[in-house]
Design a protein. Structure first.
Length: 383
């Protein structure tokens, strides 16, 4: 099993997903879906962020083809969900998408999938491809007939930090009843995060040879949930392998339970997901009227605190200057007019307006956090 690297654990309120749109009209599809959902009151509101740029992406238009969308909706009537979708050109064509959603309480997989808020929930669409393997998210993906290609695909799936990869072995050639994708039996919150790999009856040895590096194997006629890289804490292949999957059209209850249990484990956030979650929390622009008012109140309080700190600093500086000048005057009187030092005058204290301007400039650079009054005073004393 791969060694787990240090990574930020995924908060239980977060729903992360990543995929690929194989066409060229991804942004238009997203905008059309968002507008329909807002008109239908499925969404509270949405916003496309202006001038968004992807890290490391440089396109001819200066944006690298990168687009960012925000959306807000409610589940269970009262729980607010905020989500951010990023689009960026994929190296092999099409556009990669990264979606991070966060709810006000622990995420429930029975809630609607955030993917369907941005993408059309139709069976034949171009957006539901896994970004790592290029395979479909809501369909059955037979392993390649070539052994080398099959092993390479499984290695890529095993190294994936995104999604849930499941390998199912067919004990015998299935009919139409056995061609039902696993996604149809999963709760809505998992349907767009699971990649189902199907191994033909004669491919069991090839599959298990490829999975030896992960210390897992597929039982004959059964299935296994791959650990991913890094694997989640508490992963044990015995808990996430199913000895028999009946491909007769009935619900594979044991496999559904294994996938659901795996998704509930504390899995580390991939690096890009960590960055996107930080952007969702710190750069959120789709504010309600109440949130706008709360932000303005915080700004007013911040400026009032800055003004108070500046006033205290000015008073301390003035008192120090007056005391120094009095000391110099006393020194001149003591030394007499002939041999005493030349008069020295200290610079006049800066005006309150100048002090306020400097203080507010520091807030603009450092963000909405003011320094304690005592520290501000010491800085002004040194000028």
């Amino acid at each position: 099993m791969p060694t787990s690297r240090t990574a930020r654990p995924a908060p239980p309120t977060v729903w992360p997903a990543r995929g690929r749109h194989t066409g060229t009209d991804a942004a238009d599809v997203v905008l059309g879906t968002l507008k329909r959902h807002k008109d239908g009151q499925v969404l509270d509101d949405f916003l496309e962020l202006p001038g968004a740029e992807a890290p490391g992406e440089d396109g001819a238009d200066g944006t690298g083809g990168h687009r960012v969308f925000e959306a807000r909706w409610r589940v269970d009537g009262t729980v607010t969900v905020r989500a951010r979708l990023e689009l960026a050109p994929a190296s092999g064509g099409g556009q990669d998408w990264l979606l991070i959603a966060e709810a006000e309480q622990h995420w429930d997989q029975a809630w609607p999938s955030p993917a369907t808020m941005f993408w059309p929930d139709a069976p034949d669409t171009a957006w539901d491809h896994d970004a790592t393997t290029g395979l479909r998210l809501r369909d059955i993906n037979p392993l390649p007939d070539d052994d080398k290609d099959a092993r390479r695909l499984l290695r890529d799936a095993g190294r994936s930090a995104w999604g849930v990869h499941v390998v199912v072995h067919e004990a015998h050639t299935t009919d139409e009843r056995g061609r039902v994708p696993l996604a149809r039996h999963l709760p809505p919150g998992l349907r767009h995060r699971v990649v189902e790999h199907r191994a033909a009856p004669q491919q069991l040895r090839v599959v298990n040879w490829a999975l030896r590096a992960l210390d897992v194997e597929v039982p004959r006629g059964g299935a296994v949930v791959l650990p991913g890289d890094p694997p989640p804490a508490g992963y044990d292949d015995r808990d996430f392998s199913v000895r028999a999957v009946f491909l007769d059209g009935s619900e594979p209850a044991e496999l559904v339970a294994a996938v659901t249990a795996y998704a509930a484990l504390d899995r580390p956030l991939p690096e890009d997901a960590d960055r996107a979650l930080t952007a969702l929390r710190e750069q959120w622009r789709l504010l309600t009227l109440e949130e706008e008012l709360a932000r303005e109140r915080r700004l007013v309080a911040m400026y009032a605190e800055a003004l108070e700190a500046m006033t205290k600093s000015r008073d301390l500086y003035r008192e120090a200057a007056e005391a120094a000048n009095e000391a110099l005057a006393a020194l001149r009187e003591a030394d007499g007019a002939g041999g005493g030092p030349k008069p020295v005058s200290l610079p006049a204290p800066a005006s309150p307006l100048q002090q306020l301007t400097r203080t507010l400039d520091r807030f603009r650079v450092r963000g909405p956090r003011s320094a304690p009054a005592a520290e501000t005073g010491r800085e002004d004393d040194g000028r």
